[in-house]
Design a protein around this ligand. Structure first.
Ligand code: DLZ
Length: 225
């Protein structure tokens, strides 16, 4: 009964204040720690998509694990190694602008931004999380290039490890998400011209170059690929 009251109080705090107090409650601890992937992906043919990965050098070891997870997924989707562009920026705060430059280069069909933010003693974490997540979303909306939000926002290193290890690596989902969204974009905008996701955009008239069944021509942008 007592634990139910504590859980109820925590849920109330979450909905009212946007965060839950960290206490000794087992149910709450479990929900904070466990973040198993709950998304499933169908067959994704990434053989004709180009993916950009922009990663941070902050929290290098963890981010490398996440990027490895993403690359594993890209490989499973048959994305060619030559079609993966990777570069790094110092921290998560730099991810959105770098993603925008890459998106505007016209050389990739989707971008994965990869970083790890760990809460410290100050409000820095909250500001960077908020600014970065919103800006990354904006890059996708403004450029029409899907940008995957691959930034872990964790309260401590233990949470990071639980989300970037072999058996539960969020980077893997980010890789699959990037391919799915790249295919969706090709389908929606006509580039690639093949119905691949079953979302119904395949009948849309191609916007630039090419005709149905024939990839639109891409111009090589400066600096990438
Ligand atoms: C400064 C900073 C701090 C304290 N922590 C992190 C972090 O946990 N993860 C991360 O990706 N970046 C961090 N940064 C760096 C900022 O993202 C950014 O690079 C600097 O504020 C410079 O703009």
């Amino acid at each position: 009964m007592i634990s139910r009251i504590i859980l109820f109080t925590s849920l109330l705090a979450t909905s009212v204040f946007g965060f839950a107090p960290v206490g000794n409650n087992a149910a709450l601890r479990t929900s904070l720690n466990a973040a198993e992937s709950e998304v499933s992906f169908g067959e994704l043919d990434g053989s004709k998509v180009r993916i950009g990965i922009i990663r941070t050098r902050w929290n290098d070891e963890h981010v490398t694990n996440l990027v490895d997870g993403a690359k594993k997924a890209l490989k499973e989707c048959n994305v060619e190694e030559d079609n993966i562009f990777e570069t790094s920026v110092p921290g998560s705060f730099e991810l959105p602008l770098a993603a925008k430059y890459l998106a505007l280069s016209g050389t990739v069909d989707a971008i994965i931004t990869a970083g790890v933010l760990i809460k410290g003693d100050t409000m820095h974490f909250e500001y960077i999380c908020d600014a970065t997540s919103k800006a990354i979303m904006n890059v996708g909306i403004q450029t029409n290039i899907p940008v995957v939000f691959g930034v872990l926002t964790c309260l401590n290193e233990e949470q990071v490890k639980k989300r970037s290890s072999d058996d539960n690596n969020h980077g893997y989902d980010w890789g699959k998400t990037a391919v799915e969204m790249a295919l969706l974009r090709q389908e929606a905008l006509g580039a690639g011209g093949k119905t691949t996701t079953g979302m119904g955009f395949g009948t849309a008239t191609p916007l630039e170059g090419g005709s149905k069944g024939e990839p639109a021509k891409r111009e090589k942008g400066p600096g990438f690929f």
